[in-house]
Design a binder for this molecule. Structure first.
Ligand code: FO1
Length: 317
């Protein structure tokens, strides 16, 4: 079975771990969000690609959900001693090595997709991990700080500001000019199932779909498309989905997110049992909907979610 998953960071990575456990023999292609990417200290940092790679490759810091296990921060401390920041972004020593390799290869002319493949040679994530695009896309967020309207990088909004102020607009800068990375459209067209994990519908899956050609390919794919709600009981399970959904005028409810993706993209949608009353509204939009437990408390619970998504995909065909 060929499965394509459009994934963000922590939620996407944990879902993928459950999916791999549910269907160990499946051929899984992950299209990773690169809108969270940021250039720091002269290095290209790809948080979502790395989170997927480290999580599936056994190198993730489990408590945080991002960054390396057994990490130290000597380089960051030394940079701070030179007055070089930003101090609010926690890049560890082991993680630095990944970014040095990536940046070195990009400087030598390799596209991000080839670099990601090279990094995955070490981590063996057991999936084919493709960036959504080799072109630079950076999500920016418009906010008002101290009465002044400003635009900040998504990482500054999330990590420094902790999404403590409203997101007034979310713009995937560069997305309109970006091309899907090699293999992305082919994988979507050849998929037996396409899944949207419980990743952020705006800044993760939404950014991937904003690359011209990807939304169209998903909508035209012969495979059923099934998503899992990142909103449970009216709030995001983790992250700031409520803030960025508000910026695009969508309520933070399981039903509203399904309708935001729309019946032209989704064939099926899973909501948590806490949101069982959303099923009728989603089905009225022509999207098959089931209520199942959606908390990724451990790999087995996550595998059960993945099985439910695959069952719904089968039911929809
Ligand atoms: N998230 C944080 O909350 N604080 C950090 O200092 C931080 C550093 C960081 C470094 C590398 C990396 O790959 C991810 C990192 N993240 C950090 C996670 C990241 O900001 C977001 O969770 C994702 O971009 C959202 O998908």
């Amino acid at each position: 079975m060929r499965i394509v998953v459009l994934a963000g960071g922590i939620g996407g990575a944990r879902f993928l771990r459950g999916l791999k456990s549910a269907v160990p023999d499946a051929d899984i292609t992950v299209i990773g969000n690169t809108g969270d990417d940021i250039h720091l200290f002269g290095l290209k940092v790809c948080p979502d690609l790395d989170t997927v790679m480290y999580t599936l490759g056994g190198g993730i810091n489990e408590e945080q959900g991002w960054g390396r296990t057994d990490e130290s921060f000597t380089v960051k401390e030394e940079l701070a001693a030179y007055g070089v920041g930003p101090e609010w972004f926690g890049l560890g020593d082991r993680d630095f090595a990944t970014h040095i390799v990536r940046t070195q290869m990009i400087s030598a002319g390799y596209p991000l997709s080839a670099v990601t493949e090279a990094l995955c040679d070490r981590w063996q994530p057991g999936v084919r991990l493709l960036p959504m695009s080799d072109d630079r896309v950076e999500t920016h967020v418009a906010v008002t700080l101290d009465g002044e309207r400003r635009v900040v990088h998504f990482q500054e909004y999330w990590v420094r500001l902790r999404a403590s102020v409203d997101a007034e607009a979310v713009v995937p800068v560069g997305a309109e000019q970006a091309k899907p990375a090699p293999g992305v459209l082919e994988a979507i067209a050849a998929a037996d199932v396409i899944l949207f994990p419980p990743s952020n519908p705006v800044v993760s899956v939404g950014t991937i779909l904003a690359v011209p050609g990807i939304r169209e390919a998903v909508a035209a794919a012969p495979a059923p498309v099934v998503g899992l709600s990142p909103i449970v009981g009216g709030a995001p399970v983790r992250g700031m989905a409520d803030k960025v959904l508000a910026a695009v005028g969508v309520d933070a409810t399981a039903a509203a997110v399904a309708l935001h993706y729309g019946g032209d993209l989704l064939d099926g949608w899973l909501v948590d049992t806490a949101d069982a009353d959303a099923v009728a509204e989603v089905e009225a939009a022509g999207i098959a909907c089931r209520a199942v437990p959606l908390m990724m408390t451990d790999v087995e619970a996550t595998a059960a979610m993945a099985r439910a998504a695959l069952d719904l995909a089968g039911a929809g065909r």
